[in-house]
Design a protein around this ligand. Structure first.
Ligand code: LLP
Length: 463
């Protein structure tokens, strides 16, 4: 049966799961600005361009699959967060979303700080010239070596995650003749409305010290006694890909409650609170994320109000957005390989990457959009599932999306909003080399993370 005989008829609609694509969009060639990087548009030939460079040229020069990142969009989003919070607050970009030396330089230039959570991220940050005092070190199981490197480098803060770590960091700092600025990460007991694997403020999980049962207060007691530590504040991160601000509101309320208890018990007003990251982005047209200025206003108002009620000086606020800065700035460019219509079900569109460059669909049931980008098409929409080249059936990039019914091998398709947690969580499954990160700006492209090669893979294999 030919592909064009597979329009989205009623039988297709029947198998549509509840979700964002309950009906084909009116115009498959349209690009919803919500999910695409800022400079993405179609040229007069219908080819999608980004930063003034068309995707066919990008595919030719850099190959596929490739993550294509819009530098001006990244800078604009970083700046928007910085400006929204103003001089009285600090924005720490969460490097786990995506980190490279170019990204570190942009952040430095745009006046942001950086949150790292491993020795590797710390090394990347320092090697690209991020001043150590603008770096925060996170992690629930930092090694002694990681702590030592961070203290020696002079990082601005270490976020303490356990009772053992309080002692460990204090000892290391003291043995190096230093006093390390630290925050204590607490779990405030909020159920964030997001996937279980990325919710982090309920008590039954590995991060932080529970506020419940007085444990956080005890952690503060211990930290205040140790000479190697300067306790500057309390940290709370409630989860990731969150749209609903009420979780932050409850978290801020509880963190301020702890600050008040600390003031009452110790006569100390801690000067800082960090409310973490976690703000959601649009992966499909159905998502409606908030703008940084709205978030800044809401968070600042909540903290100010809570502090006034508790008669506390309002602490300096910091936040740690990762996804909200880098997520929307990149798309993954794939070449279509096999196109396999399954009668009465859907059409499986195989691309030259898959779960090794985007594990989020398999891991979190994440939803993505997809578009044909190397041309426009007037063909009827077909219900498609975009799958990778890996050896398992869960290797799905986009679970349900409509693509033009004349899609053919060699076409280029792109999945937007893959800037966060795609390259940073990429793997070599099936010995598929990881794609490059290609940056576009002002009509030119350049590679900031090169494509992995088979030689790279073999170099590690020393047996
Ligand atoms: N701060 C802390 C302490 C964090 O643990 C995280 C994310 C962030 C900030 C940044 O969160 P964001 O603004 O990017 O949501 N791999 C998952 C997300 C895991 C997030 C881990 N921590 C995903 O692909 O959705």
């Amino acid at each position: 049966m030919s592909r064009s005989a597979h329009p989205a008829g009623p039988r297709h609609a029947d198998v549509l799961p509840e979700g964002h694509y309950s009906a084909p969009p009116a115009d498959l060639n349209a690009l919803d600005a919500k999910v695409w990087a800022q400079t993405v548009t179609r040229d007069e030939h219908g080819v999608v361009t980004v930063g003034g460079v068309d995707v066919k040229a990008l595919a030719e020069e850099h190959g596929t699959p490739a993550y294509v990142l819009d530098e001006s969009d990244f800078r604009a989003r970083a700046r928007a967060w910085r400006t929204a919070f103003g001089a009285g607050a600090d924005v720490f970009y969460a490097g786990k979303a995506f980190l490279s030396r170019a990204v570190v330089r942009w952040l430095h230039e745009e006046g942001l700080n950086l949150d790292v959570c491993s020795g590797g991220e710390l090394a990347t940050a320092l090697s690209a010239g991020m001043p150590a005092d603008r770096i925060a070190l996170h992690g629930n199981n930092k090694s002694t070596q990681e702590i030592e490197r961070a203290v020696r480098a002079g990082v601005g803060r270490i976020v303490l995650d356990s009772f053992q770590e309080i002692v460990r960091v204090a000892h290391i700092a003291q043995s190096l003749g230093k006093r390390q600025r630290v925050q204590i990460r607490i779990t405030v007991g909020v159920e964030a409305h997001t996937h279980e694997f990325i919710a982090t403020a309920h008590e039954d999980q590995k991060f932080g010290i529970p506020l419940a049962g007085g444990q956080a207060a005890e952690a503060v007691r211990r930290a205040l006694k140790l000479d190697g530590l300067e306790l500057i504040g309390i940290h709370s991160h409630i989860g990731s890909q969150i749209f609903d601000m009420s979780g932050f509101e409850v978290a801020a309320h509880r963190v301020v409650g702890l600050l008040k208890a600390i003031r009452d018990e110790h006569g100390v007003e801690l000067p800082e609170i960090d409310l973490g990251g976690g703000l959601g982005i649009a992966y499909t047209s159905a998502d409606d994320p908030r703008e940084p200025h709205e978030i800044a206003k809401a968070l600042t108002e909540i903290v100010t109000r809570e502090c006034e009620a508790a008669r506390l000086r309002t602490p300096r606020i910091s936040v740690e957005p990762g996804r909200a800065i880098v997520g929307p700035t990149a798309f993954t460019l794939y070449e279509v390989g096999t196109v396999k219509p399954l009668d009465g079900l859907r059409t499986y569109v195989s691309v030259d990457g898959g779960m090794s460059d985007n594990i989020r669909t398999a891991l979190y049931d994440a939803e993505y959009s997809v578009a044909l980008v190397s041309r426009t098409s007037d063909a009827a929409p077909m219900l498609a599932r975009v799958v990778g080249k890996h050896c398992e059936s869960g290797d799905i990039v986009v679970k349900d999306a409509f693509l033009p019914g004349d899609l053919a091998p060699g076409d280029l398709i792109a999945v937007p909003a893959t800037g966060a947690y795609c390259r940073s969580m990429a793997s070599n499954y099936n010995h598929v080399p990881r794609p490059p990160v290609v940056v576009v700006a002002d009509g030119a492209s350049r590679v900031i993370v090169r494509r992995e090669t088979e030689e790279d893979l073999l170099r590690l294999d020393v047996g």
